[in-house]
Design a protein around this ligand. Structure first.
Ligand SMILES: [Zn+2]
Length: 121
């Protein structure tokens, strides 16, 4: 049994402009990402609390012109960005990048913020 998932992987990664990153997937789909949104979607332990799943990253601390200085492949499953704000610990699994490209908002199941804060009484 092959243990590689039969999922698309990035075939081409190109910085389209100061704020746009293009990823062309192995199945021919192209997604264009707003690079700052990608930075803010970082799910590493520095940016997201490992225990509560709450964002620890203050978006106002991320420069408007943040951009990847370097992008490298991690194994066969993820990309690691070296961001211009000095942050380089974030790893973006392909499946997550794909989901982000398809317009799914970052978030975790079970954490709903629909106005009810929970545990109020
Ligand atoms: Zn991070």
């Amino acid at each position: 049994m092959a243990d590689l998932p039969d999922a698309p992987i990035p075939a081409r990664i190109e910085q389209k402009g100061p704020r746009e990153l293009l990823i062309e997937w192995s199945d021919g789909v192209e997604h264009v990402y707003e690079v700052r949104a990608l930075r803010l979607a970082c799910a590493c332990a520095v940016c997201v609390d490992e225990w509560s799943g709450k964002a620890r990253l203050d978006s106002s601390s991320v420069p408007e012109d943040v951009h990847p200085r370097h992008i490298k492949t991690v194994g066969r499953y993820a990309l690691q960005f070296d961001w211009s704000d000095g942050h380089d610990t974030g790893i973006y699994p392909f499946a997550r990048l794909r989901a982000l490209g398809e317009g799914e908002l970052p978030g975790r199941p079970g954490l709903q913020s629909d106005g009810t804060r929970g545990g109020g009484r």
